[in-house]
Design a protein around this ligand. Structure first.
Ligand SMILES: *[C@@H]1O[C@H](CO)[C@@H](O)[C@H](O)[C@H]1NC(C)=O
Ligand SMILES: *[C@@H]1O[C@H](CO)[C@@H](O)[C@H](O)[C@H]1NC(C)=O
Ligand SMILES: *[C@@H]1O[C@H](CO)[C@@H](O)[C@H](O)[C@H]1NC(C)=O
Ligand SMILES: *[C@@H]1O[C@H](CO)[C@@H](O)[C@H](O)[C@H]1NC(C)=O
Ligand SMILES: *[C@@H]1O[C@H](CO)[C@@H](O)[C@H](O)[C@H]1NC(C)=O
Ligand SMILES: *[C@@H]1O[C@H](CO)[C@@H](O)[C@H](O)[C@H]1NC(C)=O
Ligand SMILES: *[C@@H]1O[C@H](CO)[C@@H](O)[C@H](O)[C@H]1NC(C)=O
Ligand SMILES: *[C@@H]1O[C@H](CO)[C@@H](O)[C@H](O)[C@H]1NC(C)=O
Ligand SMILES: *[C@@H]1O[C@H](CO)[C@@H](O)[C@H](O)[C@H]1NC(C)=O
Length: 369
């Protein structure tokens, strides 16, 4: 009896806590800074008039609260939104390019909960995404954070680095670098293929290491990192295989990337013992959904927005055919997961365990330390 009473008290305390978080979450929760590509972009590229990597037209956002495009490469919310929701925020931090429209005022209030720098089509390398005319490469995303960092230090009365130490730095990057590399690689078909791939992974890791090191030098200590998904299984690439199978060579590169990144993080951690990180094995998370589709996903191969065929797949645009029930599809368009798939992936990252996320999950990482 006493035990049950305690449980009820505990539940009430939880309810109370979550209400407090809703009304003043900016004060209760550490900030979240988000970097990367279209998996995390919540509208950055809509502010780049010259970019051809964009999601601000029909039928993107068809399931969002106003059934309008939001710049997210999804039918509704994306992985950035779903992760921050599970960590206690009701809304995603806004894009940096949105905030600077109203620089001074916004930076006094908005940046407290975090900022999103992610740009669809971008990568670890400066040149990745050039084919879209304009994206924000990782180097520039980090520079934008430096500006924000300068503003935070000016505005908060907290001169210590404690708030930045508690903040979470989320990353999802690498897929576009690998896709562009593979495109060239497949055309030239080098006879020293293994060395070429190894050298490329080394180049990517040197860049990743440098980006993380820059943030560590600015006081960042908590990193939640998504590795590269099975890029060989996106609908547009399955469509290039006559049997609709995944492109295995690309998936092998994605798996190498994970192993190498795991090494980079371990090395950084021994250099900065107070650093904490979670590495999400996005490859395993998405591959397990492909292998064994969770209800109600029925189609793991084709794109919901884009004709629902592999051979005749088309980009998601106002001319494309959209499936009726988006939750039946793993993929929303030719490259990106549906909102439903993002929700499931975010659960694995925040509440899951090895092999989906290690050495700790995002919920444990985000707890104040
Ligand atoms: C939330 O916190 C801010 C900053 O401390 C404060 O100005 C505001 O009044 C608080 N709002 C509520 C609803 O408590
Ligand atoms: C867009 O591209 C044009 C032509 O290359 C260039 O003149 C212009 O400055 C670019 N605009 C932006 C906002 O980058
Ligand atoms: C933020 O930083 C920028 C660049 O350093 C500076 O121009 C601006 O005045 C700062 N704004 C505030 C509110 O501190
Ligand atoms: C800037 O932001 C403040 C606070 O959010 C708002 O009151 C103000 O109207 C905004 N100004 C512009 C020009 O958007
Ligand atoms: C990438 O661009 C930055 C600045 O735009 C530059 O400092 C850096 O050297 C470039 N990196 C490479 C590998 O070219
Ligand atoms: C692979 O061979 C090409 C052409 O011979 C050469 O340019 C390249 O450096 C080689 N790559 C590696 C990693 O050895
Ligand atoms: C859509 O797929 C059908 C076959 O299912 C094909 O006949 C049609 O041409 C495709 N539409 C486009 C726009 O490619
Ligand atoms: C989509 O399918 C699921 C499961 O089959 C069902 O529960 C849901 O109501 C459907 N949604 C719509 C909009 O038809
Ligand atoms: C997260 O990881 C911890 C430690 O590995 C584990 O005990 C827990 O079940 C996981 N899920 C949640 C929600 O914390």
């Amino acid at each position: 009896m006493a035990k049950r009473f305690m449980t009820i008290l505990f539940l009430l305390a939880m309810v109370n806590l979550s209400l407090t978080m809703d009304t003043n979450e900016t004060v209760k929760l550490p900030a979240i800074y988000i970097f990367g590509d279209s998996i995390f972009d919540v509208g950055t590229n809509s502010f780049l008039p010259n970019s051809s990597s964009r999601a601000d037209m029909q039928f993107y956002g068809i399931d969002s609260p106003f059934q309008k495009p939001t710049g997210r490469f999804s039918n509704g919310y994306n992985a950035a939104d779903r992760i921050v929701n599970l960590l206690g925020y009701s809304e995603s931090p806004p894009p940096f390019l949105y905030l600077i429209q109203n620089y001074t005022e916004n930076f006094k209030t908005e940046n407290i909960k975090g900022v999103n720098f992610a740009s669809g089509g971008s990568g670890l390398l400066n040149d990745t995404g050039k084919r879209f005319n304009r994206v924000i490469p990782m180097v520039e995303q980090i520079q934008q954070f430096e500006t924000v960092h300068g503003n935070i230090s000016q505005n908060l009365n907290d001169p210590s680095e404690s708030r930045i130490h508690q903040s979470l730095f989320l990353f999802s990057v690498g897929s576009n670098d690998i896709l562009e590399f593979f495109d060239k690689f497949r055309k030239t078909n080098p006879d020293n293929a293994t060395q070429e791939v190894q050298q490329f992974i080394t180049t990517l890791m040197n860049q990743y290491q440098a980006h993380l090191q820059n943030l560590l030098n600015l006081g960042a200590r908590k990193f939640g990192i998504l590795s590269v998904p099975p890029v060989g299984c996106v609908p547009i690439l399955r469509g290039t295989n006559s049997d609709g199978q995944c492109i295995n060579e690309l998936n092998v590169i994605a798996q190498f990337f994970y192993l190498a990144l795991n090494g980079v993080l371990q090395d950084l951690n021994s250099e900065f013992p107070d650093m904490k990180y979670s590495l999400g094995n996005t490859f395993e998370i998405i591959y397990s959904m492909t292998d064994n589709p969770p209800f109600p996903i029925l189609d793991v191969k084709s794109a919901c927005c884009g004709n629902q065929t592999l051979k005749d797949g088309v980009p998601c645009s106002p001319d494309a055919k959209v499936c009726e029930n988006r939750s039946h599809f793993l993929f929303w368009d030719q490259y990106h997961p549906s909102e439903f798939a993002c929700t499931l992936a975010a659960h694995s990252l925040c509440n899951g365990e090895n092999p989906y996320v290690s050495p700790i999950n995002f919920s444990v990482l985000f707890q104040p330390s």
